[in-house]
Design a protein around this ligand. Structure first.
Ligand SMILES: [Zn+2]
Length: 349
């Protein structure tokens, strides 16, 4: 088990500063803390307000506008996402942070992150993700975690998607396949509370010292299983998390769900979907995030759909009737609720 906590505790503030320099994030050192623009959610450094703090004693980033407290792991993930930079968890987050820490400091630090922007940005020629041998999954046990069974994910669904469990890492193991069914990554759903709070629920998995990570935005989870349904029905349902794709297996309607594994839709993933399935309509089924009385989230989804409308007819699910709770995925309350939401989707065409 990797000691993330130790890595965070032994962060070197000067190394954190040089990391910010390399990412061209300006900051002001005010002694006990650093102040910088809120690049955790703002794409433009110049337009962002200076309300992101890094506290030297706790090594915690705090965004006073949107994101609240973030460990350095979460901060980097947010930063890449906000900047629309395709990242690989191991090279672009783990290695970068380990390089800022005294923990495990005897290892040679790679400077791979210098080239992050160029490395994974979609290029004209499509790149195929490297595949891992299927056999690496055999190290994990077959087990149906109660957390998922009680969340509407059936044993049959877990069998079909080859879900495993790691007792030593206390994680649900989720193999990621590309459209052709090649194993391109393995992610773990953490069940340990500290990990969930400081690193996030979903993370790549390490097996015997090797990371099975892949740039998530270059792939759509579930497409290998559901592309025929999408072709036949002419509709693709884009969810945030793998869990929704699995929940959908228990619905009566054909499973047309795929997951972007984040809260962004990347042009590259969209290209894959359009190329493989030619859907007439793409429905964004992202988690419910609107605070009561606000409209920001509606606007965000609307703009996302408008941006890509040349590719297909776009629409999005927006819960006007409060059928979902905050942070729920549209699939979380079962098929009946999902169908109501789908019927009332907002069309951007
Ligand atoms: Zn923020």
């Amino acid at each position: 088990m990797i000691d993330y906590q130790e890595i965070i505790e032994q962060l070197d503030d000067n190394k954190v500063k040089s990391m910010l320099d390399r990412f061209e994030i300006p900051y002001e050192d005010r002694g006990n803390y650093l102040v910088m623009p809120t690049v955790c959610h703002h794409a433009s450094v110049d337009e962002a307000s200076w309300k992101l703090y890094y506290y030297k004693n706790t090594h915690i980033f705090h965004c006073f506008t949107e994101d609240g407290s973030q460990s350095i792991f979460t901060f980097l993930k947010n930063f890449y996402t906000a900047q629309n930079i395709v990242y690989d968890w191991y090279n672009d987050i783990y290695e970068v942070i380990r390089g800022c820490s005294h923990f495990d400091g005897d290892k040679i630090v790679t400077n791979t992150y210098r080239a992050v922007r160029d490395k994974y940005m979609p290029q004209k020629d499509r790149r195929e993700l490297p595949a891992y041998p299927e056999g690496v999954l055999n190290i994990f046990t077959k087990y149906y975690p109660i957390e998922w069974l009680s969340d509407g994910i059936s044993k049959e669904a877990m069998d079909k998607y080859n879900i495993r469990f790691s007792p030593t890492q206390n994680k649900i193991i989720i193999p990621h396949y590309d459209a052709a069914g090649r194993l391109v990554g393995i992610r773990g759903r953490a069940l340990n509370q500290w990990e969930i709070e400081n690193l996030g629920k979903y993370m790549p998995v390490q097996i015997e010292g090797k990371w099975y990570s892949h740039p998530l935005s270059l792939n759509l989870y579930g497409l290998n299983f559901n592309k025929e349904n999408i072709k036949e029905m002419g509709i693709a349902l884009l969810f945030e998390a793998e869990k929704s794709v699995l929940q959908f297996e228990s619905f009566n309607m054909p499973n047309c769900a795929v997951a972007v594994c984040g809260s962004k839709l990347n042009k590259y993933a969209l290209d894959i979907l359009v190329r493989e399935c030619h859907p007439r309509e793409i429905v964004i089924c992202f988690d419910q995030e609107e605070e009561p009385g606000k409209q920001d989230y509606f606007d965000k989804l609307y703009n996302l759909c408008s941006k890509y409308r040349v590719y297909a007819n776009f629409s999005f699910i927006y819960d006007k009737e409060k059928l979902l709770r905050l942070k729920d995925s549209p699939s979380d309350r079962g098929e009946e609720v999902f169908l109501k939401l789908l019927e009332k989707r907002t069309k951007v065409y």
